[in-house]
Ligand binder design. Structure first.
Ligand code: UD1
Length: 346
């Protein structure tokens, strides 16, 4: 019998791609999502791609009775992948309580229910934001690098949630956990059926870039060209979303097969390669043949100058590796943007 996994935030960007990969790997998926930043028709898209319709419940993880109802309705959930969270850095500065409440209460509710319903493991979506700006000798950054004070309430919820998981497991709770620290996830499913769908004006680079390329936005602003990097623009580690999704499948298998060495394990999930904003724009233009209108603008407050991951641990221990190139990721993001236009959405 296939193993049942609860995916919170499963209609979101990373959640939907992970659901596809979980189903492809033979897992049965139950999605809960409050649709605050996604649409229910993503479930149709997942079905179109995989031929299997995941169960879907419109539930807010902060609503404990409703969340418990999901565990009752779908008995035998063995693992949880917890994506559901608010993730806009700027908004978190304006609405800190909303961020703390949403992101922390939802995790606490899941942890409370796990022992009661015999759920073995949880994978938590963390972020390289916990490292802040690593010291130069710590680049590429490993999991052992010091945690820096968070730059925003959003970043702080990631740090606090990592600690909540650690404290709960170390208290003797009968569960295992894997904290995945993502670098910058980009791209979309090659079918163009699911992808990244930000509300309003995108804050992240890739959706802003593809919306500019298709003419929705007049010009992409490159935030700063006077950083201490080879071309002066910021450096990040951009990982293809389906590679990231597969890291979750590997992590879940590790927990469910009892192969984890520690009850809480932490892995960086990136490509191990740093790419600057200007390099990325250049690669986009080359691989799509589209000329992008962009200009150099002042630095964005709170931006990290350069960060990319040392991913040896995930490669060796999880047996997982990012295999897709930046060209493939950017082409898929562009394909998705064009599909949205064809469908009359944007
Ligand atoms: C940000 C958050 C990160 C969070 C992620 C989730 C910070 C410091 N980090 O990542 O914690 O997990 O969002 O959404 O806020 N850029 C431009 N022009 C644009 C947009 C972005 O030049 O219009 C540049 C940025 O300066 C940065 C790079 O593109 O160098 C990537 O930016 P973005 O996609 O927003 O991601 P992060 O800032 O890395």
């Amino acid at each position: 019998m296939s193993k049942k996994i609860l995916v919170t935030g499963g209609t979101g960007f990373i959640g939907s791609h992970t659901t596809v990969e979980l189903q492809n790997a033979g897992y049965e998926v139950v999605i809960v999502d409050n649709l605050s930043n996604s649409k229910a028709d993503v479930v149709d898209g997942i079905e179109k791609i995989t031929g299997i319709r995941p169960a879907f419940e419109e539930v807010d993880c902060c609503d404990l009775p409703a969340l418990e109802g999901v565990f009752k309705k779908y008995p035998g959930i063995q693992g949880i992948i917890h994506f559901a969270a608010s993730k806009a850095v700027g908004e978190s500065v304006e609405k800190p309580l909303m961020y703390y409440e949403n992101n922390i209460v939802s995790l606490i509710n899941l942890l409370k229910l796990m022992p009661e319903y015999g759920v073995k493991g949880i994978i938590f979506s963390s972020s390289c934001t916990v490292y802040g700006q690593p010291d130069p000798e710590n680049l590429p950054v490993t999991e052992e690098a010091p945690i820096k004070k968070a730059e925003s309430p959003y970043g702080n919820t990631k740090q606090i949630n990592e600690e909540i998981v650690q404290d709960f497991v170390h208290s003797g709770a009968p569960i295992s956990a894997i904290l995945l620290r993502y670098f910058n996830p980009i791209g979309s499913h090659p079918s163009g059926i699911i992808g990244e769908m930000p509300n309003g004006v995108p804050a992240n680079l890739i959706p802003y870039l593809t919306q500019t390329a298709i003419g929705i936005r007049p010009c992409l602003k490159v935030f700063g060209d006077d950083y201490d990097t080879p071309d002066g623009s910021c450096i990040r580690d951009y990982i293809y979303v389906l590679d990231l999704a597969k890291a979750h499948v590997a992590a879940m298998a590790r927990i469910l097969e009892g192969k984890n060495a520690d009850p809480v394990e932490i892995y960086n999930v990136g490509t191990g390669k740093g790419v600057s904003v200007l390099e990325l724009i250049n690669t986009f233009e080359k691989c799509t043949g589209v000329k992008l209108n962009y200009e150099i603008a002042p630095r964005r407050e709170g931006d990290i100058e350069k960060v990319w991951g040392n991913v040896d641990k995930a490669n060796k221990v999880l047996g997982w590796k990012a295999v897709h190139t930046l060209e493939e990721s950017l082409s898929s993001a562009w394909n998705w943007q064009k599909k949205l236009r064809e469908r009359g959405i944007m």
